[in-house]
Design a protein around this ligand. Structure first.
Ligand code: 5GP
Ligand code: MN
Length: 331
């Protein structure tokens, strides 16, 4: 594994200042997009930036399909349908997207600015600021909005704080640095209703809980409990009246199995299996994901196994986990 992968962006402020100056000078449309299966950081960082750029008088197309649990943040008129082509002379800003293939709803063309915090990001684009030491892409957007000199309002600050809240698991994960808490304090000072937002972010529809019951019945322990797995299939979702996105965060429930250092949720999506991987205690979810063609962070990563079935995926994934457990000295 490339040792430079998870290092901080060496010229963070210099490069971010260049991004800010570039955006200030842009006269044409600015397209703002994030990644497929968007999470709170994808939606929060991109919406916050889109609102800030609009406040500067820029013509902004925010291309996004917010999942149900984040729709409360967004006005109906704010988002744009997926684009086949970018408008003439457009500047594209992609956020939180670990690689080109994960960018959602837009072709990656024109002048491309890539803002992200995934170590596995190949640093694509004409300008890229990729800093894996940032807890969320929303942190980079917070710094960028400061550099743009846009006045902070609750409308701009709220989605940015949502990115920080969701990527730090409500300020509980190991990425909750003093910088995160200081930034959060600052954003709350700009009028974000923290308690209301954190409560609202946890709301799920009734079918989510019915599906969770089925998913938890598939829990298995491997390697003496070091690995905990569960899976979800389209049939289970159908029985519960749920959709694909309803299963997105179940890995967050199984990761707390006592004694486990890796948790993996297998999502059977018909023509592919999507993995959500979490780790602790010196084990790298990122190592496991990259060996399976995916990517992400050391404690939280994912991969998409194209053309794979659950039956085929389990033994392949277990073999890779075994190798990582050996590397980390558990076996
Ligand atoms: P989640 O399990 O929440 O979907 O994803 C955890 C982390 O892994 C996220 O930061 C996400 O960007 C990354 N990730 C998830 N799925 C994939 C994938 O298929 N490919 C890559 N490169 N990264 C992924
Ligand atoms: Mn993120």
């Amino acid at each position: 594994m490339d040792a430079t992968l998870n290092q901080p962006e060496p010229r963070y402020w210099e490069k971010l200042r260049l991004v800010a100056e570039t955006l200030k000078l842009v006269e044409g449309p600015i397209v703002v997009a994030s990644h497929v299966d968007p999470d709170g950081d994808a939606i929060g960082s991109s919406l916050g930036l889109a609102r800030a750029l609009r406040a500067m008088g820029k013509e902004v197309l925010w291309v996004a399909e917010p999942p149900r649990f984040l729709r409360f943040l967004v006005e109906e008129s704010e988002y744009h349908e997926p684009l086949e082509r970018l408008p003439e002379g457009a500047t594209l800003v992609v956020l939180d997207s670990a690689d080109v293939a994960r960018v959602a709803g837009v072709p990656v063309e024109g002048f491309v600015i890539n803002l992200d915090h995934h170590g596995t990001n190949p640093r694509f684009g004409h300008l890229s600021v990729v800093d894996p030491t940032k807890a969320a892409t929303a942190q980079i957007v917070k710094d960028l909005i400061d550099l743009l000199g846009v006045a902070w309002t609750p409308e701009v600050a709220t989605p940015v704080l949502v990115g920080l809240i969701t990527d730090t698991g409500n300020f509980r994960f190991s990425n909750t640095t003093p910088e995160v808490l200081q930034t959060a304090a600052e954003l709350v000072g700009y009028g974000v209703k923290l308690a209301e937002i954190t409560d609202r972010l946890q709301w799920r529809p009734p079918q989510y809980f019915k599906l969770m019951g089925r998913v938890l019945s598939t829990v298995q322990f491997h390697f003496g409990g070091l690995l905990v797995t569960a899976h979800v299939t389209p049939e289970m979702a159908q029985e519960a009246g749920a959709t694909e996105e309803d299963s997105d965060d179940f890995v967050g429930a199984i990761r707390y199995a006592e004694g486990s250092v890796v948790a993996i949720l297998f999502k059977d999506r018909g023509d592919h299996v999507k993995l959500s991987i979490r780790s602790r205690g010196g084990v790298s979810a990122q190592n496991i994901a990259t060996r399976l063609g995916g990517g992400g962070h050391v404690p939280a990563a994912g991969a998409t196994l194209e053309g794979e079935t659950l039956e085929g995926a389990y033994p392949k994934v277990l073999a890779v986990v075994e190798e990582e457990l050996r590397r980390a000295g558990y076996l």
